[in-house]
Write a protein that binds this ligand. Structure first.
Ligand SMILES: Nc1ncnc2c1ncn2[C@@H]1O[C@H](COP(=O)(O)OP(=O)(O)OP(=O)(O)O)[C@@H](O)[C@H]1O
Length: 285
């Protein structure tokens, strides 16, 4: 019998692991509320490869935003660690760009000046930053609107300005927390196309929180499904649909299979969430 303490020589080649740019490692987040301790995220671990598009989906209140806030350095985890390219995240970090659901353009700045803002903060000279901002404005499909103010744009266009502003800072990882939530279905689909096009052009590593299964399947390489309270990793689904993708993919048979599969996972979790909410309402009556 071979002695397990003897290291063979030559050493066996290490198991090939895909490169990871973002690692979420055993992250736990607990909040102390007035009458209880809430575990919002419980031992979540997953890795993200460079250029990958990952969606995080789960029932309302399962801890998606909390997880994103940990990745974005806005919340310190109770336990566990997030690293970007091996570097621990201990606060807001230039490698991470965040886009939120809420309106976040600067109303007093034009589209171009909104997008150029992070470059201005970095001290990039005006001519260079305007040139770069024009490229980003074109990428988000707003050429011709450079001198417009946010109040002159639709909700979908304003969200593209927000995405453009975040992209101008060239983050290693783009985090988007339900960026399309306030938009109508058609705009969502078209904006999804735009985001995918940008992601594929820049090979931008992207994490998206969404409630929409179709959006998750349309856009993602992998979908992280979370369980209802405490928010744990339920499953990671590989979306093996051809690239480049557009919203047309939603009509394919394979697409329907993925949606059904993820809904199968989510249905139980969402029902648990609803039952708990109803029980709580009953208890407070
Ligand atoms: N600062 C906080 N203090 C106390 N509890 C919090 C805090 N932030 C979040 N929670 C609780 O943690 C849990 C997860 O919340 P979170 O907002 O991360 O969920 P979510 O999945 O993003 O929800 P939704 O889909 O509805 O946006 C919830 O029970 C929420 O009430």
């Amino acid at each position: 019998m071979s002695d397990p303490t003897v290291v063979p020589w030559p050493r066996p080649a290490p198991v090939a692991r895909p490169e990871t740019v973002l690692a979420v490692d055993d992250v736990v987040v607990r909040f102390q509320t007035r009458d209880a301790v809430v575990t919002a995220v419980d031992r979540m671990s997953f890795g993200v490869r460079p250029g990958e598009f990952i969606s995080v989906i789960g029932p309302s209140g399962c801890g998606k935003s909390t997880l994103f806030n940990v990745i974005g350095g806005l919340v310190t985890p109770t336990a566990g660690l997030v690293t970007v390219a091996g570097e621990p995240i201990r606060g807001p970090h230039p490698a991470i760009g965040m886009v939120f659901q809420e309106e976040s353009t600067f109303p007093w700045r034009t589209v171009l000046d909104n997008v150029a803002f992070p470059l201005e903060v970095r001290g990039v000279p005006r001519r260079v930053r305007n040139e770069k901002a024009r490229d980003v404005v074109a990428m988000v499909g707003l050429t011709g609107f450079e001198e417009h103010y946010p109040s002159e744009l639709s909700g979908g266009m304003r969200q593209r300005v927000s995405i453009g502003r975040t992209l101008a800072s060239e983050p290693k990882i783009l985090l988007m927390d339900e960026p399309f939530a306030s938009l109508d279905e058609q705009t969502r689909l078209l904006l999804g196309d735009k985001v995918l096009q940008i992601q594929q052009t820049l090979r931008q590593t992207t994490l998206l929180i969404t409630h929409s299964i179709t959006e998750a399947v349309q856009l993602s390489d992998r979908v992280v499904v979370m369980s209802y309270r405490p928010g744990r990793l339920k499953r990671i689904v590989d979306i093996d649909l051809p690239h480049p993708r557009t919203s047309e993919v939603v009509t394919s048979e394979a697409f329907g299979h993925y949606v059904a599969e993820i809904w199968g996972d989510l249905r139980d979790e969402a029902s648990r969430g609803m039952a708990e909410a109803e029980a709580q309402r009953g208890g407070t009556r």
